[in-house]
Ligand binder design. Structure first.
Ligand SMILES: Cc1cc2nc3c(=O)[nH]c(=O)nc-3n(C[C@H](O)[C@H](O)[C@H](O)COP(=O)(O)OP(=O)(O)OC[C@H]3O[C@@H](n4cnc5c(N)ncnc54)[C@H](O)[C@@H]3O)c2cc1C
Length: 650
């Protein structure tokens, strides 16, 4: 049985991180260059980790699947990044950010990690400003902030609707400086397909060159995985099309535990799907809820009318009505669930009746069009380009879409997985957000991990484990054996095409076809509202779909060249396993908490009803083979400093 040790330091909450750092081992400047560290991913977590480790003097090898590190999914982040600097003097504090985050996550995260995140938030802003990140500023030059859901203060720093892009350019600049200086070697268009363990430690990876198909072996003293989240398992999501679970899932297959896989965030403000063939949903940033008011017609017979023809007294501003304290700025899980209910009850608007309105008319009247344009201009343009509707003149139509996963590989306080030497940062780890992430907290977490935690904890690992880290070479047996497994896996996928071609033409299915069916199962059964029956259905339907996949599916082309079909097939094969684990975790967690809403566990007012006595733990799953029942390990969550309460945003 794997023993889960969170390694949370002793002592008062506000001293834990300092205490840990004071006891961390250090590597001497002369020895740093003798250590190679692999960082997989170049999003905010990966770029900041790689740049910081290389700046410290380690030899870093950095990998990404895109052609340029700058094309990581982080670049899509729009609304902002939280930090408790309290510039507006509205009562913010480290405790305040910590408390909002732990409450927002419905008390399913580790207190110590969440507090450290709040402590580091201010440093991130300083780091980014020093790099030249052009945050929005007030007239006097001070950094501007805006409000995000789940908070009563204004603590979100932003660069129009392109905060992720600007932060990533900052981190990318720092990274390229290291590449230029020779401390970091960049490997673009490489996909990590497996982890190499030597003597029980993570010592390398196998990658595939996505242009040539060549398999490559890379050896190191530690591996830092920053490969993002697995929300694309749902097929339709706001994530980049290339976001995937493969690197994390292959580590899971090598023994890394997967934590809370069913905690999936469904973002309330996204452009609704316009056809069933759509492959991507577009986010409209949460920042829009600062000024936008959400409503549906009060009378069902009005749902087909043009919104501007419906008078204010016939509109139901349901969030303002139900949650007077937070109004339109309730946390995402609450806003999404309410939109889902409204549509389910027949109040949905738009051609497919699958949306609610997000209306800026009040804000435009009060503040003027120019002020709204200055804040959200690029988001409004994007909306207009996609829908051909002008949001300055009529309300936006929005509906929830899969956006972020709070689940991920289990890590201890040092961000190390249960596999020694495998560190996990950013969205890829199970993170500090519990069962629901507050808006603008993912960028904060990825950068806290990359700029501040990983550099310290990886150094500590190298310093304290130096006698166990005997030199490894990429031509030794362990590397060859894992490469052989990867090759066998690719061959298995390519054979599926031959099997598909033996089927009658009308029975041949493409990978995308299978993938979209998986997405539909997950959305219907492991989506906003879950039931035991639905989850049991998913646990029966997903393995059946997987069987169909392995009975033959069209994957044209070969593996010795650029082959997008093959790439996607490998990712879908993994999603078919991830999806099953998500359903199993959701069924096993027989309570509601945050985004995990079980219809059979709700308060009389329809809010998530937790069961702290039985479920205040992190569920960490151990892989036992494709189609085999995984083993559950529990990390009990201890709450020393906050009182567990029913969340209320009224
Ligand atoms: C549309 C949108 C808007 C958002 N806006 C905000 C916001 O305003 N504020 C906020 O806090 N959060 C926001 N988020 C969430 C946030 O953007 C992400 O959680 C965060 O950027 C993830 O960063 P990351 O570094 O962990 O991963 P990513 O940015 O996803 O980077 C993953 C990296 O890993 C690489 N990779 C993946 N798999 C492999 C593999 N097998 N081999 C090699 N490389 C691999 C990729 O190439 C990439 O470089 C938003 C999310 C979306 C979808």
């Amino acid at each position: 049985m794997t023993k889960l040790e969170s390694k949370v330091p002793e002592g008062p909450l506000h001293e834990k991180w300092d205490n840990r750092k004071h006891h961390y081992g250090l590597v001497s400047p002369n020895n740093k260059k003798k250590h190679t560290i692999i960082v997989v991913g170049t999003g905010l977590a990966g770029a900041s980790s790689a740049a910081s480790l290389a700046e410290m003097g380690y030899k870093v090898k950095n990998f990404c699947i895109s052609d340029s590190p700058r094309r990581a999914h982080s670049i899509a982040a729009q609304g902002g990044i939280n930090a408790n600097k309290n510039y507006p003097n509205d009562g913010d504090s480290t405790w305040g950010l910590f408390y909002d985050t732990i409450k927002g996550g419905d008390y399913r995260s580790r207190e110590a990690n969440t507090y450290r995140l709040a402590q580091l938030s201010s440093n991130i802003i300083d780091q980014a400003v020093a790099q030249g990140v052009p945050f929005a500023r007030e007239y006097g030059g001070e950094l501007a902030t805006r409000s995000f859901g789940g908070a009563l203060v204004s603590r979100t720093f932003y660069a129009r609707g392109q905060t992720g892009q600007q932060l990533l350019l900052g981190a990318y600049g720092a990274l390229m400086r290291q590449v230029d200086g020779g401390n970091c070697e960049m490997f673009a268009h490489r996909e990590m397909l497996d982890l190499v363990m030597v003597d029980g430690r993570a010592r390398g990876i196998i990658t595939r060159n996505l242009f040539t198909g060549a398999l490559e072996r890379h050896a190191a003293d530690a591996v830092v995985l920053c490969t993002g989240g697995y929300g694309r398992a749902y097929f339709l999501s706001t994530n980049a099309v290339n976001s995937n679970a493969t690197a994390a899932w292959r580590c899971h297959k090598r023994g890394a535990l997967m934590a809370n896989p069913s905690y999936v965030q469904i973002h309330p403000t996204c452009i609704p799907a316009s056809t069933e063939y759509q492959s991507k949903r577009t986010l409209m940033s949460e920042s829009l809820r600062n000024d936008g008011r959400i409503w549906v017609p009060k009378n069902k017979e009005d749902v087909g009318k043009p919104p501007n023809s419906i008078p204010p007294e016939d509109r139901d501003y349901y969030l303002e009505r139900k949650y007077p304290a937070f109004g339109n700025l309730v946390p995402r899980d609450v806003a999404s669930r309410n939109a889902h209910y409204m549509v389910k009850q027949g109040y949905g608007v738009g051609p497919l009746r699958n949306a609610v309105y997000l209306d800026f008319s009040t804000a435009i009247k009060e503040k003027g069009k120019a002020a709204i344009e200055a804040k959200y201009g690029n988001l409004f343009d994007m909306y207009q380009k996609i829908t051909d509707e002008n949001p300055y003149e009529q309300p936006m139509r929005i509906f929830p879409a899969v956006h972020y996963v709070m689940g991920g590989l289990w890590v201890d306080y040092d961000l190390m997985s249960n596999l020694p030497g495998l560190f996990v940062a950013g969205e890829a780890n199970f993170s500090d957000h519990g069962a629901n992430r507050l808006g603008a907290s993912a960028l904060m977490q990825g950068l806290a991990d990359g700029y501040f935690i990983v550099p310290a904890s990886v150094s500590n690992y190298l310093a304290t484990e130096r006698f166990n880290l005997t030199p490894v070479k990429d031509d030794q047996a362990e590397f060859k054996a894992v490469e052989k497994d990867v090759r066998a896996n690719i061959d298995e996928l390519l054979k599926l095409n031959e099997l598909a071609l033996k089927k009658p033409a009308e029975e041949r299915r493409t990978v995308i076809d299978i993938y979209s069916e998986l997405g539909k199962i997950l959305w219907d059964d492991v989506g906003i509202e879950r039931t035991a029956e639905g989850l049991e259905h998913a646990l029966e339907a997903i393995p059946r779909l997987r069987e169909e996949f392995y009975s033959g599916v069209l994957i044209p082309g070969s593996d010795d060249t650029f082959n997008k079909y093959l790439e996607i097939a490998g990712r879908v094969a993994d999603f078919l396993e991830v999806g099953e684990l998500m359903a199993r975790d959701a069924l096993d967690r027989d309570e509601s908490c945050g985004c995990h809403f079980r219809a059979d566990h709700q308060t009389p007012k329809g809010e998530a009803l937790r069961n702290d006595e039985d479920f205040a733990y992190v569920a960490a799953w151990e892989y036992k083979g494709r189609g085999e029942k995984p083993v559950l390990h529990k990390e009990e969550l201890e709450f020393e400093f906050v009182e567990l309460k029913q969340r209320s945003y009224e």
